[in-house]
Design a protein around this ligand. Structure first.
Ligand SMILES: C[S@@+](CC[C@H](N)C(=O)[O-])C[C@H]1O[C@@H](n2cnc3c(N)ncnc32)[C@H](O)[C@@H]1O
Length: 255
């Protein structure tokens, strides 16, 4: 669908590239220091339409990509950034119909990426206020049909069985290794995102004495470039560190 519709999330990008995420509502309006944009001037118009506010400021209205939505959406907990989300989809080999367990759910950025890739996601999240943020973010992208979040402590166990994937973003994933052994089908994949290498080493140790094999750890470095006329060079600043990604496969126990 190329026209913007009521209730969808739309990104308004101003002349300086600043982004504002708005949910389109009939009769609604977006207010900024440079005046007002009525939502009714966007509803029914093509994705990418250019409008002016009552104060004359120029805005491009775009349906956000998943990466844009994740960066602008409301947050409870810190999110996983798009560069890592893309890598996690490959490492966890998330496919349409895959049954994925996720913990903790946080703001739902990782949930959104996996749902978009076609997975069925069951998430455990300790904090109800974060679970509510994640659920609302997933609904704003229209992906709630294949999503369920439970307010539970994942360290106490995973109730689901025959899962295809277990994807973790919580502080002590080594406490999840035996739970994942129970809950995953043979050949299933576990992926964990961790901010520090000490935590990663502790996870790798736990995996090394488990039924998981083929363990790997990677980090993703992304360098943006400044491209303007004859000045073409890497940006001066870059995000030097986000997290380490560890993956492993559940193998059959040797008899
Ligand atoms: C960094 S956030 C996850 C962010 C999420 N991956 C995203 O991209 O939006 C970590 C979450 O794990 C939750 N958490 C921590 N320990 C947990 C546990 N034992 N069981 C369930 N959730 C837990 C926290 O409440 C927090 O919301």
């Amino acid at each position: 669908l190329s026209e913007l519709t009521p209730n969808e999330a739309v990104l308004l990008v101003d002349a300086r590239g600043r982004r504002h995420l708005v949910r389109l509502r009939p009769g609604g309006s977006f207010h900024s220091h440079s005046g007002i944009v009525e939502h009714d001037r966007l509803i029914g118009r093509p994705d990418g339409v250019v409008v002016r506010s009552t104060g004359g400021a120029r805005y491009v209205a775009l349906r956000p990509t998943l990466a844009e939505f994740v960066l602008e959406m409301p947050r409870g907990a810190q999110i996983i950034y798009p560069k890592d989300l893309g890598a996690i989809l490959m490492l966890a080999d998330v496919y349409p119909g895959a049954r994925v367990f996720e913990a903790g759910v946080g703001s739902g950025a990782l949930s959104l990426a996996m749902l978009r890739a076609g997975a069925e996601v069951v998430g455990y999240e300790l904090r109800p206020e974060f679970a509510a943020v994640a659920t609302a973010n997933v609904a704003a992208m229209g992906l709630e049909q294949r999503y369920r979040v439970e307010g539970r402590d994942a360290y106490l166990g995973i109730e689901e069985r025959s899962l295809d994937r277990v994807v973790l973003d919580l502080p002590e994933p080594w406490r999840m290794v035996s739970h994942a052994e129970q809950a995953l089908r043979a050949g299933g994949v576990l992926v964990a995102y961790l901010p520090t290498i000490n935590q990663t080493a502790e996870l790798r140790q736990a995996l090394s004495v488990s039924s998981f094999g083929l363990a790997e750890t990677v980090e993703v470095l992304e360098r943006h470039w400044h491209v303007e006329g004859r000045s073409v060079r890497p940006d001066h600043r870059m995000v030097a560190h986000t997290g380490f990604l560890t993956s492993a496969r559940l193998l059959e126990k040797e008899r």
